[in-house]
Ligand binder design. Structure first.
Ligand SMILES: Cc1cc2nc3c(=O)[nH]c(=O)nc-3n(C[C@H](O)[C@H](O)[C@H](O)COP(=O)(O)OP(=O)(O)OC[C@H]3O[C@@H](n4cnc5c(N)ncnc54)[C@H](O)[C@@H]3O)c2cc1C
Length: 145
């Protein structure tokens, strides 16, 4: 439960993009709320690759370090919830979450990620997914040996 429900910025999505925005806003002393429901696109991935300073770390490990660093800025608040509704209000936006609580903000950032949607081409779906996954597994195996 968060007492004062008015923020300078609300960020919906608290994975890498949302946390990066949260850190910049924390450094600028903006009163910020990060709402996240813990479902990042890479959650099934065991290790990160090609990510400078984080090569080989698990996505959750990277998130936990980022969470720790962002939480050092005391104007940034975290809420483990799902944002279900946003409406325009007099001074900005009103954001409602699943448990019924709502929050006011002047500025809103959507950092909800993207969904990878393959084109609906049968050959591409069958062969493309197979080749893509095989290449990823091969790369991962090579570097972990
Ligand atoms: C299988 C896979 C493997 C990858 N491997 C690598 C790699 O090895 N190296 C690399 O550099 N990159 C990798 N990536 C890419 C990297 O994971 C993404 O670029 C990065 O996660 C994108 O971050 P994001 O914050 O934009 O989105 P996401 O990480 O998807 O985060 C979006 C967040 O928003 C939250 N959210 C969404 N809607 C709501 C809502 N309504 N209310 C509250 N919260 C909400 C979700 O729970 C989630 O936490 C990989 C991606 C995938 C899918």
């Amino acid at each position: 439960m968060i007492d004062n429900k008015t923020f300078d910025v609300i960020i919906i999505g608290g994975s890498y993009a949302g946390l990066a925005a949260g850190m910049a806003l924390g450094r600028a002393s903006k009163k910020t709320l990060i709402i996240d429901n813990g479902n990042p696109c890479n959650k099934q991935t065991p290790y990160s690759h090609n990510f400078l300073t984080n090569d080989g770390k698990s996505p959750s490990e990277i998130t936990s370090i980022a969470n720790h660093q962002v939480s050092n800025y005391d104007t940034v608040h975290f809420l483990n919830e799902t944002a279900i509704d946003v409406v325009k209000s007099m001074n900005g936006f009103n954001v409602r979450v699943t448990d019924g609580e709502s929050f006011e903000t002047t500025n809103l950032i959507f950092a909800t990620g993207i969904k990878d949607l393959l084109p609906p081409i049968k050959v591409f779906l069958n062969v493309g997914v197979f080749l893509f996954c095989t290449a990823l597994i091969a790369m991962a195996t090579k570097f972990e040996m």
